[in-house]
Design a protein around this ligand. Structure first.
Ligand code: FPP
Ligand code: MG
Length: 394
């Protein structure tokens, strides 16, 4: 799950045992889910693991890497979760993995592949190139992961969730293309690359965003497998529509723009919560609930998972506010320090950094408590994603 880590993907050939099967590993002691195929790149992102080389992995021909924490690598060893702890002097200690969390089969590459297939290169070439430029720029793919994880939690499959998962990433991407436009935030740096309008011009960026938005709905309707009853797909289309429109993303963006540069006492915590819940939370929420709906979940589950999503959605944006004023542009892959520069009200500006961190922690704790009603093995990916949202660095 390289893109979730926000690491650039070097184009290397991976040995068969790493590509054949990949896993998510969710564990409260770790803050990221990773996949086997991406093991080597992940090494380079964890300072404590940087000394390890590719050769270290190849000493485990029957194992596939399923996760990593500080100085630790988790493998399945003939199906048995095993924890290898590496020390700075390259010593390897092997212990039985104590965690009860399951090995969660997943093919993160599948999301990238499905995204690429969902918007093929075709005439008019420049438009599709522009759409693909932003869609395939290596985002964290949190929304697709949430949809797939919620669908699987409710007994569905990755296959039935994938079209909706891709559609949500299309919508998220188009919202960022438009958000970066000169008439909005006028940003020239996104996902570590020049923004869409910088590369393709403003007209094309607007139209690429429009095309991604309409294609998202077409894609859910057209590509969702026929085994999913039509009423479920229709409900997903309606819910996604609501989450994007004036009661969702667009509504949140409008209040955000109207609040920019306003006097400090005009933008209350309530206003900020509205902005966050709509601009960011709505799409995260529909990502989770859509996955559950496609799997045929009952109302109670959809509601419960929606609550989990609202909490992680707000936490996501509180963390975003914190990162904006604590990380560099290089770390973020987008312009840092923008909120303060344009006088935007944020959690740190309203309640301070420490309190913001506590709020994010509390929201994630509460979100994870909601999942306590489910089998922890099945809920592990959603629990892991909640931790990821709290601990992410970009
Ligand atoms: C980033 O926020 C922006 C968003 C999360 C959404 C913006 C929404 C729109 C532009 C509306 C798009 C239109 C439709 C139809 C969906 P930010 O500026 O706070 O964060 P950043 O630092 O990542 O830019
Ligand atoms: Mg912006």
């Amino acid at each position: 799950m390289l893109s979730m880590l926000g690491i650039a993907t070097p184009n290397r050939t991976l040995p068969q045992q790493f590509t054949a099967r990949t896993h998510w590993w969710a564990n409260h002691s770790m803050h990221i889910l990773v996949s086997a195929g991406l093991a080597r790149e992940i090494l380079f992102d964890y300072p404590s693991l940087r000394h390890l080389t590719e050769a270290t992995y190849l000493t485990h021909p029957n194992a596939s890497l399923v996760g990593t924490g500080e100085g630790q690598l988790f493998y399945t060893n003939a199906g048995q979760p095993t924890l290898y702890t590496y020390t700075r002097d390259k010593q390897r200690k092997m212990t039985t993995c104590k965690s009860q969390a399951p090995l969660y089969p997943m093919i993160p590459h599948a999301i990238e592949e499905a995204l690429s297939e969902s918007v093929p290169e075709m005439y008019p070439e420049r438009l599709h190139e522009s759409m693909r430029y932003s869609l395939l720029a290596g985002g964290k793919r949190i929304r697709p992961c949430l949809t797939i994880a919620a669908c699987e939690l409710m007994g569905g499959t990755m296959e039935i969730a994938m079209p909706t998962a891709c559609a949500l990433e299309m919508i998220h991407t188009m919202s960022l293309i438009h958000d970066d436009l000169p008439s909005m935030d006028n940003d020239d740096f996104r996902r570590g690359k020049p923004t869409n309008h910088v590369v393709y011009g403003e007209e094309m960026a607007i139209l690429a965003g429009d095309a991604l938005l309409s294609h998202a709905f077409e894609h859910i309707g057209r590509a969702t497998p026929a085994e999913v009853p039509a009423d479920r797909t229709l409900r997903v289309i309606v819910d996604v529509g609501k989450s994007v429109g004036s009661e969702g993303l667009v509504g949140g963006q409008v209040v955000d723009i109207m609040s920019e540069g306003a006097d400090a006492d005009e933008v209350t915590l309530e206003t900020l919560k509205y902005i966050h819940a709509h601009k960011t939370g709505a799409l995260l929420e529909v990502a989770v609930t859509s996955g559950a709906i496609l799997a045929g979940a009952g109302e109670e589950d959809v509601e419960r998972l929606g609550k989990y999503a609202q909490l992680i959605g707000l936490a996501f944006q509180v963390v975003d506010d914190i990162l904006d004023c604590t990380q560099t542009s290089e770390q973020l892959g987008k312009t840092a320090g923008k909120d303060e520069a344009v006088g935007k009200a944020t959690y740190p500006s309203l309640v301070g950094l420490e309190e913001s961190r506590k709020i994010a922690d509390d929201l994630i704790t509460e979100a994870k408590e909601i999942l306590a009603d489910y089998d922890p093995k099945l809920a592990a990916p959603l629990l892991g994603l909640a931790d990821y949202i709290k601990n992410r660095q970009n």
